[in-house]
Ligand binder design. Structure first.
Ligand SMILES: C[S@@+](CC[C@H](N)C(=O)[O-])C[C@H]1O[C@@H](n2cnc3c(N)ncnc32)[C@H](O)[C@@H]1O
Length: 195
């Protein structure tokens, strides 16, 4: 890993830690993905040689950095979606500071709309956004995923009740296999197994 990427990741981890200790409200703080979970999804994307990566919920760009790092190793690209223009600006600055901007396309707006107008294939989707909409984010991208494509969704353990509809949906879908990984806030690991 390049030093500028390592530094950008460390800076956001320290900021998140400080903001948590100061009890800064969720919508005001960086609110980043747990570092182990971020590293895990990145390594998974690399091991799957994922080239077309989509993220819903860029925030300030922490998980985006890990996914962009994966894309830099697979020769791929990340399309990341953020509804809050201020957060999106921070995410853009983050990927530029880390030297990974060429691997990232940032879509500003509601992912349910911004992703609806895209048509490129998707082989890795990461969802870390508004809990009530996980199924909709999934559905917008699903038709562009082939067999073997992966969806990772965060917070399925920490926010089990809020995300119960999503986990029930993917775990009972006839064209998917899905399992809950109890890593940090919980990652739902879903693979498309049939068209
Ligand atoms: C928990 S934060 C994401 C943190 C980020 N993954 C990281 O590790 O740095 C969730 C983000 O999802 C964004 N969001 C919520 N609903 C959205 C939507 N419909 N479309 C795009 N982004 C959305 C929020 O503005 C917020 O920045």
């Amino acid at each position: 890993m390049e030093q500028e990427l390592f530094d950008a990741l460390s800076e956001l981890e320290m900021r998140d830690e400080t903001e948590r200790l100061r009890s800064v409200a969720d919508h005001l703080r960086a609110n980043i993905l747990s570092p182990d979970s971020a590293k895990f999804i990145s390594m998974l994307a690399v091991s799957q040689k994922a080239k077309n990566i989509v993220e819903v919920g860029s925030g300030v760009g922490y998980s985006t950095l890990w996914l962009a790092y994966a894309a830099s190793l697979t020769g791929g690209k990340v399309i990341t979606c953020e509804i809050d223009p201020a957060k999106a600006a921070e995410a853009q600055a983050t990927v530029e500071k880390a030297g990974l901007a060429s691997y990232v396309e940032l879509l500003i707006g509601d992912a349910r709309e911004t992703l609806r107008h895209r048509d490129e294939p998707v082989d890795f989707l990461f969802i870390d956004a508004d809990f009530g909409q996980y199924e909709t984010y999934f559905d917008v991208v699903y038709k562009r995923m082939g067999v073997g494509s992966t969806v990772m969704a965060d917070d399925v353990v920490a926010s089990e009740n809020e995300l119960a509809d999503y986990t029930t949906y993917v775990q009972n879908h006839p064209s998917l296999e899905s399992v809950t990984l109890p890593l940090n806030n919980g990652l739902e690991f879903t693979v498309k197994t049939a068209e």
